[in-house]
Structures are given as C-alpha cells and as structure tokens.
Design a protein around this ligand. Structure first.
Ligand SMILES: Nc1ncnc2c1ncn2[C@@H]1O[C@H](COP(=O)(O)OP(=O)(O)OP(=O)(O)O)[C@@H](O)[C@H]1O
Ligand SMILES: [Mg+2]
Length: 356
C-alpha cells in the first residue's frame, strides 16, 4: 500500500451518504450556534487571543511539544527565560494569525499562504520538499503505511488542484464535508519535510473562515484529535486503503460538533468574566474605570504599563497608578519578568488554563 498514487480532487464517489448527512446536520447546527453567539460579542479579539493560545498549545502537543501555560505566558511577554518549547507554541499562534489576516484580506486560501504558514511554524524557509524520503509510519509498529508524493512538480500540481477545490464554489457539496476532504488531501500530499500536521490544522480553521461559517478563528479540532488520536490516523489511512470516506468524514463532522459545543461554553464563560469584572471595577474604582481599560486588561492574559499608556493615551505615571490600584484591589497580579513588570489578569488566565 505504500505505493499508492494520490488522486486529484474532487473524489470520484458519492460523499453525501445518509449517515454523513445526519451527522452533517448536527455539526452545522452546533457551528451556527457558536457563530451566532460569537457575532454578538463586541470585542472578539479577546476571545480569539484566549482561544488561540489553547489551540497553539494543543496542536503543538500532538507534535510532542509540551509546555505549560506558565511557560507560555513568559514566552508571550518575551521573557528571555521562556523555554524553546513555549517559543515554538508562540510561533504556531503567530502563523495562525498570519493565515487569518491573509484569508480576511484576500478572500482566498492559496498555496503560497500554506508555504508561509509552515515556514512561520518551523522558523525555516525550506518550503516544499525537494528531496524524496519522507514516509508515514504506523505510530506503534513503525511499519511504513504510506509514501507521499515526492517530486516538487507533482506536489505543486496536487496543491494547485487542492487550492482550486478550496476556493471555487462549483463543487456542489457542503463546506464541512469539503473540510474533511481537504484535510485528508493536504495531509496526504504532505508537501513539507515537517509541520504538515500543524499547517493542516491551521488550514482547517482558515477554511471555515473563508466559507464564512465562522467570522473569527475560534474552532479547533486539536483537542478532539488528541482525545481520539488512534482513530485519526487509522481513518486517514482507511480512506486510502479501503476508500472509506464515510467514516473519515463522520469523524471530522463529529469533531466539529463536539468542539463547537465546547467552544461555545468557553466563549460564554469568557464573556461573563469580562462583564462581571467590568461591573466590579466600575463600582469599586469608578475613577479609573473605562471600557477601553477593561478591553486592554482582557486583550491578553497580561498587560504592561506601556500598553495602558498607549491604549488610553495617559501618562506613564497614570498608567502605573491604574495598574497598581487594580493589583491592590485584587484584579491583577504582577510579577517582574526580565526588566519589566507584567500584570496578569488572573481570572482570565485561570479560566482559560482550567479549560482543558
Ligand atoms: N496515514 C496517513 N495518511 C495521511 N496523513 C497522515 C497519515 N499519518 C499521519 N498523517 C498526517 O501527518 C501529520 C504529521 O506530519 P508532520 O510530522 O509533518 O506534521 P507535524 O505538524 O510536525 O506533526 P503532528 O501532526 O504530529 O503535530 C499528522 O498530523 C497527520 O495529519
Ligand atoms: Mg513532525
């Protein structure tokens, strides 16, 4: 089976089987509910930042890059003491943002964007594979299960076929089914020496944004894949060995349904936290309260004097005063990292950290 030749899209079989359609309806419903609720939230940046940091952590964990929220928090605030793993996770998030901005700006998802995303994740410019030798192995037995296409030309042709499939509307098939097809195809093309899994997981959310099924990049399958890891590899392989698209598509659709529900719960919690902190600060500290201040406090897990100074156009002295008042009242906890004092939004941090 390792000699399998990867076919161009679209797959030449009926994908919308009865079972698929049933799960499709559930996935679409859950996703629409998530989108509907999120669309009503004024400052989405808060959500996106909190959610993408968990995704960056989970997706990197699939690749065995394990880090903690504490370490990540250091890496995000540019502390020199942050671990290399945490820095890699931060790169993943940078890649995700890059892709999101590109898709929003150009309304399409291109091969060049995929190459750029992978190069941000891996911090190198190796690009598409030029040398053969990459094989996919069974994780436990080590047996070679699949040899992806090796020549750069063949890879480029497959990618441009994939690009057309992603961006053109005339394939009359539901977008979520397409997403399952795209993920299988991208992973099977396996265009890079490394980082194909992480790049593919970013492409998934970008495709949802491209299709306007989500406005913000907040739905990620990584934690679902971690929980159902052996099925993930097995079903990818079964598309190839048995033409079993149905089980693969249902796997992805179930992941979308479960994850949309989980994400909606988290989004609601974050939103409630923003609102209650807002109300408390307004009541206890009316002199320093402003909506802009609250937004700055939730922008990331942490803030710095300079962000408050710039964000509110106040003097450094005023900014320091605001932050120390907020700390005294228990809204923030500060720590000196490197030369700077970093103020952590404890409640947001604990909420996001506890959500795993
Ligand atoms: N049998 C298979 N057929 C198609 N794709 C596969 C198969 N086995 C694994 N893959 C894909 O290859 C990815 C791993 O590739 P690679 O090591 O280049 O990516 P990564 O981002 O470094 O790793 P990871 O996905 O483990 O984080 C897996 O995530 C999966 O999507
Ligand atoms: Mg790898």
């Amino acid at each position: 089976m390792s000699e399998y030749k990867l076919l161009m899209l679209p797959p030449n079989v009926e994908l919308e089987t009865k079972k698929v359609l049933k799960q499709l309806a559930r996935a679409n419903r859950a996703l629409a509910e998530l989108k509907g609720y999120t669309d009503t939230i004024p400052n989405k940046h808060i959500l996106i930042n909190a959610i993408t940091i968990n995704e960056a952590k989970d997706s990197s964990a699939i690749e065995n890059i394990i880090t903690t929220h504490d370490d990540l928090y250091k890496a995000m605030s540019d502390a020199p003491s942050a671990s290399p793993e945490a820095k890699e996770v931060v790169s993943y998030r940078t890649a995700l943002w890059y892709g999101y901005e590109q898709v929003k700006a150009y309304g399409m998802l291109t091969t060049n964007m995929m190459i750029e995303i992978q190069s941000i994740i891996e911090k190198n410019r190796a690009g598409i594979k030029k040398l053969p030798g990459t094989v996919l192995r069974n994780e436990t037995t080590g047996e070679i299960v699949y040899t992806p296409p090796a020549g750069e030309n063949e890879i480029r042709e497959l990618l441009s076929n994939l690009e057309r499939y992603m961006n053109e509307e005339h394939y009359d098939i539901d977008s979520l089914i397409k997403l399952a097809v795209i993920h299988y195809q991208f992973e099977s093309i396996h265009p890079f020496y490394d980082g194909n899994g992480r790049t593919g997981r970013i492409i998934n959310v970008l495709f949802l944004v491209l299709q306007e099924l989500l406005d913000s990049p907040i739905l990620y399958l990584s934690s679902y894949i971690i929980r159902n890891k052996s099925a993930y590899y097995k079903l990818l392989q079964e598309v190839r060995t048995e033409g079993n698209w149905e089980a693969w598509i249902i796997y992805i659709l179930t992941g979308i349904e479960e994850t949309a529900e989980e994400t909606l719960r988290l989004v609601k919690k974050i939103n409630t936290e923003v609102e209650s902190m807002c109300a408390e600060i307004k009541e206890k500290l009316p002199k320093i309260y402003s909506k802009e201040l609250i937004e700055l406090l939730f922008y990331e897990f942490y803030t710095k004097t300079i962000y408050i100074e710039k964000g509110l156009s106040v003097s450094r002295k005023t900014a320091v005063n605001y932050l120390s008042t907020l700390e005294r009242e228990g809204f923030l906890a500060s720590e000196k990292i490197g030369k700077e004092r970093i103020y952590q939004n404890k409640r947001l941090y604990d909420l996001v950290k506890g959500y795993e």
